[in-house]
Structure formats: C-alpha cells, structure tokens
Design a protein around this ligand. Structure first.
Ligand code: AKG
Ligand code: FE2
Length: 326
C-alpha cells in the first residue's frame, strides 16, 4: 500500500486529453494549480518514462557510484558542473556543512558550432561520459524521456496559469535541462553536528522532476513549518516548482523548501531533473495572465541570467564561508 502523504497524486495522462486543453486537461490543470499554490509540490502518475529506462539508469548510476573515487574523478566537470561531483562540492547557502551526497550531471548536448555555444552561454558544454558500457545510452534515454514528460507537464502549467497550452513550447527550444543522478551514502553514525544529504533549500529554476528509489528521506516543509515526509511511491515522480516559476507566476505559485536526510543505513539514489527554459527565454510575469489591476512584482529577466545569478551568489557565499572558516 502506498504510504500516506499530504502531497496530492495527479494523473499526468489527463493532460493529453483534448486538442486545446479540453475537460480532462482542465481538471488536471486545476489540481496542479492548487498544488503549486499550496505546497509547490505534487506527485504524478502516468509520467510516460518507461520502467526499463528508469531501471537501466538506476543500475548504471549505482554501478558508477560504486567505482573507486579515482575512477569517478576521471569525469570531473570541466565546464558547467557536467560530470561527477564528489562529497563536499556543494553547500547550501545557510547550511553548516556541505551536502552529504555525490552527483553526476548531464545537460543538453549541442554541437560546438551551435549559436548558443558560440555565444558562450553558461551551463552549455560537452557531457563527460564515464567508460562504462551502456552508461551513456541509459542516461541519454532517460534525459530524452524525462524531457518529454517535462513538456507534457508544462502544458498543464500553462493551462493552470490561464495562458495558451503551448506557451512554454517556444521557451524550451534548447532548454537548460540538467539531469543528475544523486547518490546518498548512509550517514556516518559517529558524525557530530548537523548533516544533511541535501540541506534545506528551494530549487532555483522552473520545474523539478524527481525519481527516487525506495529508501526515502525527502522531506517538504508544510505551511505550519513542519517537515513532512515525501515518501517513495512506486510508479510516480515527485514534481516541485523552483524560484524562477514562483517569480514568473508573480508569486502565485510557491517555491517550497525541502531537504534530504538518509538515516536508513543504506545507499539512496535519486534522479533529479531541473527542467528549465532556454538561456535567453524572457521570464516576465506580465506574460502570464495577471489579474486586472495586478502589478508585476518582478522585472523581466532572462532565465539563464536569473539561474546563473543564483548559482554565482551561492558560490560567492560558499567561498566567503570557506575563507572565514580557514
Ligand atoms: O534527492 C532528492 O530526493 C532531492 C534532491 C534535491 O532536492 C535537489 O537536488 O535539489
Ligand atoms: Fe531540491
């Protein structure tokens, strides 16, 4: 039996019904709207990513993370954090300690002469593939399928915000989609002080699609300030919005804090996809159906500049913290 959760479980297949967002799609959009207003989180079923694709990616990711560290470091990022990131590489802005996790990230593969690459857009760059048979195929298939799922979901988001159902399509021509396998070793028993797999944070971008294994450990803040479990539910993905969609929606939607602790004594694996728009996509609340007389709370900004601004600020903060600590 699925565990109880305060987060709604929505059927994504409803969004495919009706050429211009007919009855079922509208019902889905209304439920999504409520979820994003209240907690910024929901689960989806019928997400369309084939089980075999998830299973292959899970198996290849674990095979990779169990390699000796020297092997993993061979695919250390050269650009844009693509590749393997060891424990200690990320620290949330207000956390005491770095996140107790390793992760391996890929992004959209563009040819070297693509205008976005030539323009020097941040977060572009080649992926770093480890030398494991079947690894690249598995991750590329997952990347493609989860991207399709993201597109379907965005159709629901557009309907939920009361704009044309294809509003986001043109904003996602070369999306800043980052997909990462995240590996959480069991927390050491003798550790003193605070330790999180991922410390409390909000995501920076628009939409996050998360597959998690059966270990559990993800928690979401409720409106009373309590941490509530977002347990694994077979066949689902966890969806949440990030700060950029909160901004785009003129703060109608809520980018909520969440965190991970792995006290299971076992390894935990998740696959997180930050499904964000083109670097140059303009994020302007006035495009998203403001109510008559409603003022835009945020100036227009490109998606890439916003996300990079957040990444740079957190890195600067971390550099200062390190200088202070040393
Ligand atoms: O691994 C998880 O369950 C969540 C990860 C997460 O919140 C993140 O990487 O932003
Ligand atoms: Fe997150």
């Amino acid at each position: 039996m699925a565990e109880e959760t305060f987060l709604p479980i929505l059927d994504l297949s409803l969004v495919d019904g009706g050429a211009s967002g007919g009855g079922d799609a509208k019902a889905f959009a209304a439920a999504l709207h409520d979820a994003f207003v209240h907690s910024g989180f929901c689960y989806i079923t019928n997400h369309g990513v084939p089980d075999a694709v998830i299973e292959a990616t899970r198996a290849k990711a674990l095979e990779f993370f169990r390699l000796p560290i020297e092997e993993k470091l061979k695919v250390s990022p050269k650009e844009a954090v693509r590749g393997f990131n060891a424990i200690g590489r990320t620290k949330m802005q207000y956390a005491e300690a770095p996140d107790y996790k390793e992760f391996y990230q890929i992004g959209l593969e563009l040819p070297a002469d693509d205008p976005a690459v030539l323009a020097g857009e941040a977060m572009r760059g080649p992926n770093q593939w480890p030398d494991l048979p079947g690894f690249r195929e598995a991750f590329e298939a997952y990347y493609r399928e989860i991207g399709r799922c993201g597109q379907r979901l965005l159709r629901g988001v557009a309907l939920a915000l009361g704009v044309a159902d294809d509003f986001f399509v043109g904003k996602y021509a070369k999306p800043l989609q980052r997909t990462q396998a995240v590996y959480y070793p069991p927390h050491p028993e003798d550790h003193e002080g605070e330790l999180f797999g991922v410390a409390p944070h909000t995501d920076y971008g628009c939409i996050t699609l998360l597959w998690q294994d059966d270990v559990g450990g993800l928690e979401v803040l409720d409106r009373q300030g309590r941490w509530i479990d977002a347990p694994p539910i077979p066949g689902t993905l966890v969806i949440n919005i990030g700060d950029l969609l909160q901004r785009w929606s003129n703060n109608r939607y809520f980018s909520n804090q969440h965190r991970v602790t792995n006290r299971s004594g076992r390894e935990r694996l998740s696959i997180a996809t930050f499904y964000d728009p083109d670097y140059s996509a303009m994020v302007d609340p006035r495009d998203l159906n403001l109510a008559p007389g409603e003022d835009a709370l945020h100036a227009p900004i490109s998606a890439g500049d916003y996300i990079m601004g957040r990444i740079n600020r957190s890195q600067k903060h971390n550099a200062q913290a390190e200088a202070f600590n040393s």
